[in-house]
Design a protein around this ligand. Structure first.
Ligand code: HEM
Length: 210
């Protein structure tokens, strides 16, 4: 079966390191969010460790995501076909019929929306998190500002969590997608079916591209 390269080893390592930080930051963050979730602290070494590690895990996730942001931002720029694709997304979800969707490039409108949601929520999480990080900056920040930051931090965390659930679900739901981030390659048929404009760029010899 003919395959196409979709991600390099560096890009995949960057992605899965981000996922690891996300999972650990989410577990320690949820544990701090509500007493009913306190039991989650056991997964990160106890309550003290959850409190100490959470901001550093968040920081590491942000820095790692920044790597992906610079690598993938241009491929996630919004185009005319993405709005058309998004307009028909409900048909795709209800009928599962890819054939009726407008052709898209490397990413579809849904993936692009999730990408920018990741970026926005991570910026909000970073800025607000720094404002009430007790060990470093909180003593210099007025309490009213810290209170606003706590609320925005929780909202952004919730948004990021939902976006990751949709992202991971779609990656598993669309057969052959997970392999792109595991092996780095996709089948020729997958690319042609799901991302025809990207597929054309990949298979067309450079000379005929003009
Ligand atoms: C367990 C959770 C996750 C799974 C199973 C997963 C899986 C995948 C897969 C299969 C792709 C390739 C999609 C394609 O090429 O069409 C991908 C791309 C990507 N993932 Fe994840 N991912 C997860 C979590 C995350 C998290 C937590 C982040 C960052 C906060 C993230 C950020 C990205 C980015 C930026 C891309 C590049 C494609 C794009 O811009 O949409 N992923 N992921």
């Amino acid at each position: 079966m003919k395959t196409l390269q979709r991600y390099s080893a560096g890009q995949r390592s960057n992605h899965w390191a981000t996922v690891l930080c996300f999972v650990l930051a989410a577990v320690s963050g949820f544990a701090l969010f509500h007493p009913a979730l306190f039991w989650l602290t056991a997964l990160v070494g106890g309550p003290q460790w959850a409190r100490i590690l959470h901001p550093y895990l968040g920081l590491a996730m942000f820095v790692l995501f920044l790597g992906m942001f610079f690598m993938f931002a241009s491929a996630n720029c919004w185009r005319k076909e993405d709005s058309e694709w998004l307009g028909k997304a409900s048909t795709l979800i209800s009928q599962g019929n890819q054939a009726k969707m407008p052709p898209v490039g490397k990413y579809n409108g849904g993936q692009k929306l999730i990408f920018w949601l990741f970026a926005l929520s991570l910026v909000v999480l970073l800025v607000t998190g720094l404002l009430f990080w007790q060990a470093w900056f909180a003593p210099a920040v007025p309490i009213w500002l810290q209170r606003i930051a706590v609320v925005l931090h929780a909202l952004a965390a919730f948004g990021l969590f939902l976006a990751v659930v949709v992202h991971a679900y779609a990656a598993i739901w669309v057969k052959g997608t997970l392999g792109a981030m595991v092996r780095g390659t996709v089948s020729n048929a997958w690319a042609k079916h799901h991302h025809p404009l990207w597929w054309r760029e990949q298979v067309q010899p450079r000379a005929t591209k003009k």
